[in-house]
Write a protein of this length. Structure first.
Length: 229
């Protein structure tokens, strides 16, 4: 059996009738590595994340790719496609902003206008996607799947723009994602979401410290930035 076929079909068995796909484990490992790269502001975070997206897409389209669970989580699957698309944008943006030692973007808070725009997008997308995903047979509760997709879109875009706020959005995604994944019996992904929950808090602290250090090094910040920080 060639390595690709093995990765696609190999399972981990536990208990009497529980099975986990290795590609779910490996895909999540790539996702975690990408998150670490994002926290460190390294451009390799984007291509590494794309590999994980491809693997996890096949996991969340369980009825199509014959996973042991057999459940389609359309929001989860769709966000893998979205991640890959936005990763191309983020990859280009971070390469253009490359600094010494490979550090890329300068962390900063989004403005209140940008935050308001993200809130509007979140409400509209969840309202639109919930009935669409339900009609397509997504796993219940469908609103949770719609929020995971929407929040992931906003967080990934915020990361590409260098907004420290994207860590906060990830926390809100994880808070919904863990219960949904446990309900769907996608245990490795649920465990990774729990790991992410702690990781994103750490990432938020790291980016806040970075932006304060860089602000101090560059001189007094404007009043508008001070209110955001």
């Amino acid at each position: 059996m060639d390595p690709i076929s093995w990765l696609f079909d190999a399972e981990i068995s536990f208990g009497q009738d529980q099975h986990i796909l290795w590609r779910e484990v490996v895909g999540n490992a790539f996702g975690l590595a990408s998150a670490v790269g994002g926290m460190r502001r390294r451009v390799w975070a984007w291509p590494v994340g794309i590999v994980g997206n491809v693997l996890l897409f096949t996991v969340f389209m369980g009825a199509v790719f014959s996973t042991p669970q057999g459940a389609n989580l359309l929001g989860q699957a769709s966000r893998q496609v979205m991640f890959a698309a936005v990763a191309v944008y983020g990859w280009q943006r971070w390469r253009a902003a490359r600094g010494d030692g490979g550090a890329l973007v300068q962390p900063h808070w989004a403005t209140w206008r940008q935050r308001a725009a993200m809130a509007v997008v979140a409400v509209v997308l969840v309202a639109v996607l919930t009935p669409v995903f339900r009609a397509l047979g997504s796993f219940e509760p469908v609103w949770a799947d719609a929020w995971i997709f929407t929040g992931s879109l906003l967080a990934t875009y915020g990361m590409a723009r260098g907004w420290t706020d994207f860590w906060v959005i990830w926390i809100l995604v994880d808070a919904v994602g863990v219960p949904l994944l446990l309900r769907a019996q996608l245990y490795p992904s649920a465990v990774l979401y729990l790991v992410y929950a702690g990781f994103v808090v750490w990432g938020l602290v790291v980016w806040v410290r970075l932006q304060r250090r860089e602000r101090a090094a560059s001189g007094p910040a404007s009043p508008a930035l001070e209110t955001l920080g």
